[in-house]
Design a protein around this ligand. Structure first.
Ligand code: XIL
Length: 348
């Protein structure tokens, strides 16, 4: 018996591809061949057992970014010891396919585990432990990574300043500089990135991000790459992506479009809506490609897509209800969607 949901999904996919005049394809040329800089994808060790994931990531991508297994939450244990099992596997996986590995992320407001919470009343010990953590993680992989997100998401959502977090509470604004200095000491040749989101969505946040970058540069902090996550909605204002890459590039630093996905669900509230937003979604990915191509080649650090197939997206994990988001370039069967085809066409 045909499952009613499968039948409906198949039917709506057919109607939709008829509407857009394009269908998903399984024989696409390697996506990475359309860029001069590396094309990356978010990865988790749990995905390694999936042969389709293995084949598609090996064919289409030159770089992996650990989706969460190199964050402090994974590595740092409450007693201060470190767990490197998944990070080591991620590095082995990347090497197997001659891919680069991009480290993500050393210091994040969202992760401040028990070990550091317990040290918060002793600034001297806290600072020593903070430096030691960054040193240990970066140093372990010295010479083997394409780069590191050192501080992730430091700016408040409304752009009014730096976020409050444990690191800032104890160390002051200087927490940022300390992390970059420690990472640079541990691996002097490693490109170090500052990464944040909504830089296209909220111009005030972009401005504050750029002010931080300017201050860091004036203070001589070792900062080499600016990461703009690019978790965007299909309904993002046209022109926002271009303005963002242009403004970031004016710093002279390299640009990493670091966590790309284009959500339909954020704009569309039901399945029928999805149809109209797909066209806007495609225009966003085309604008991203055009903005990317207008960067000086020397400033192109890379583009990273935040997951392989729609079902791998963080938006669809623990999904409630029937309506799944469709933010990525490949569909659940592993075919390159019209969205992915539009991306490479615009990159050509
Ligand atoms: C997300 C991952 O996708 C999830 O799997 C994890 O549970 C939480 O983090 N900005 C970032 C990423 O810098 O690390 C986040 O990734 C998405 C938002």
């Amino acid at each position: 018996m045909i499952d009613r949901r499968t039948a409906l999904t198949g039917l709506s996919a057919a109607i939709l591809s008829a509407c857009t005049g394009e269908a998903a394809t399984t024989d696409a040329a390697p996506l990475k061949s359309f860029l001069t800089a590396p094309l990356g994808v978010a990865a988790m060790t749990a995905e390694f057992a999936d042969p389709q994931w293995q084949a598609l990531t090996a064919t289409h991508f030159d770089r992996l970014t650990p989706e969460w297994e190199m964050k402090m939450e994974y590595i740092l244990q409450p007693d201060g010891s470190h767990r490197f099992e998944a990070p080591d596997r991620l590095l082995r996986q990347a090497k197997l396919n001659r891919q680069g590995l991009f480290g993500h992320a050393l210091v994040w407001y969202a992760q401040d585990g028990a070990y550091f919470q317990n040290l918060r009343d002793d600034k001297t010990r806290f600072e020593a432990a903070y430096r030691a953590y960054v040193h240990a993680v970066v140093g372990r992989y010295k010479g083997q990574f394409d780069g590191w997100d050192v501080v992730n998401e430091p700016i408040l959502d409304d752009g009014s300043g730096l976020r409050d977090c444990l690191w800032r509470d104890v160390l002051g604004d200087y927490y940022i500089d300390i992390a970059y200095q420690a990472a640079h000491e541990a691996d002097p040749a490693c490109p170090l990135a500052l990464n944040d989101y909504n830089l296209e969505h909220t111009p005030a946040k972009r401005k504050q991000f750029l002010k931080l970058v300017d201050d860091m540069q004036k203070r001589g902090v070792p900062l080499h790459v600016l990461g703009t996550q690019t978790h965007i909605s299909a309904a993002l204002e046209p022109g926002a992506l271009k303005a963002t890459l242009r403004d970031l590039a004016a710093t002279g630093l390299k640009i990493h479009v670091s966590e790309v996905d284009v959500s339909l669900k954020e704009a569309a509230k039901n399945a029928l809506d999805f149809r109209s937003y797909r066209a806007q979604q495609m225009r966003q990915i085309e604008e991203l490609a055009e903005a990317w191509l207008s960067l000086p080649v020397a400033q192109q650090f890379g583009i990273t897509i935040w997951g392989l197939r729609d079902k791998d997206s963080w938006y669809n994990r623990d999904q409630k209800g029937l309506l799944a988001d469709e933010p990525l370039l490949f569909d659940d069967t592993g075919a390159l969607k019209p969205l992915g085809q539009a991306f490479v066409k615009a990159l050509r």
